[in-house]
Design a protein around this ligand. Sequence first.
Ligand code: DX5
Ligand code: ZN
Length: 225
Amino acid sequence: MISVVKLAPSILSADFARLGEQVREAEAAGADYIHIDVMDGRFVPVISLGTPIVEAVRRVTGLPLDIHLMIEAPERHIGAFMDAGGDIINVHVEAARHLHHIAREVRGKGKLAGACINPGTPVSALESLLPELDQVIVMSVNPGWSGQKFIEGTLPRVRRLREMIDGAGLATEIEVDGGVTVQNASVCAAAGANVLVAASAVFNDSASVAENMAQLKEALAAGEG
Ligand code: DX5
Ligand code: ZN
C-alpha cells in the first residue's frame, strides 16, 4: 500500500561533501519534498545553510524545496530564498511580526506559504492565519539541531490543529518536523499530519537512504492498514 503521507527528507543530516548525490538518492527513494533548514545563529543558536545551498539543490532535483527559515526578521530574506529556488517558504510565528503580509507576498510570487510553531507556542496562535497558509510546520523538537528526541506532547497539538483546519474547511497541510522515526511516523500521521520531515532517520550511517526511506514508508503504510 502506498502511503498518502508525504516524506520530506531534511538535508541537515546529509553528507555535504556529496550533497547532490544524497539528494538524488532521496528523490529516487520517493521523497516528496527536500527540506532545507536555514538557521541564523540568532533565532536558534546554530548557523546552518543559506541561499547557495538552495541554488545547488535546485540544480539537482525537480522536487519542491521546502525552506524552513529558523531566522529572525524573515521578511528580509524570503525574496532571496524564493529567487534561489525555494517552493514552500516557511517562517516561524515567533520570529515574524507581520505574518499575513509575508504569506501574501509568498503566494503573490506563486509560491506556497508556510508558518512554523515551536513546541511552546499554542496552536491557537495560528487560527486567524490559516486561510493565508498552505502549510503549518508543527515543531516536534526545539529547532536548531537534527537528531533530537520527539516531544510526545506534539501529538495532541497536531490533533487540535487538524480539527481547526478541517473545521474551517481548509486544505492547509500539517508538517511535523523533528525526531520523526520509523517508530513514531504512523502516530504522527494518525494525529493528522500530511507531511513528515526526517533528517537523521533518512541520512545516517546505519543504512542507505533508500533503505531508510523504504522503512519509513512501510511504517506509514502499516499504520494506515
Ligand atoms: C530542527 C530542524 C529539523 C531537523 C530534523 O531544527 O528544523 O528539520 O533537521 O532532524 P531530525 O529528523 O534528525 O530530528
Ligand atoms: Zn526543519
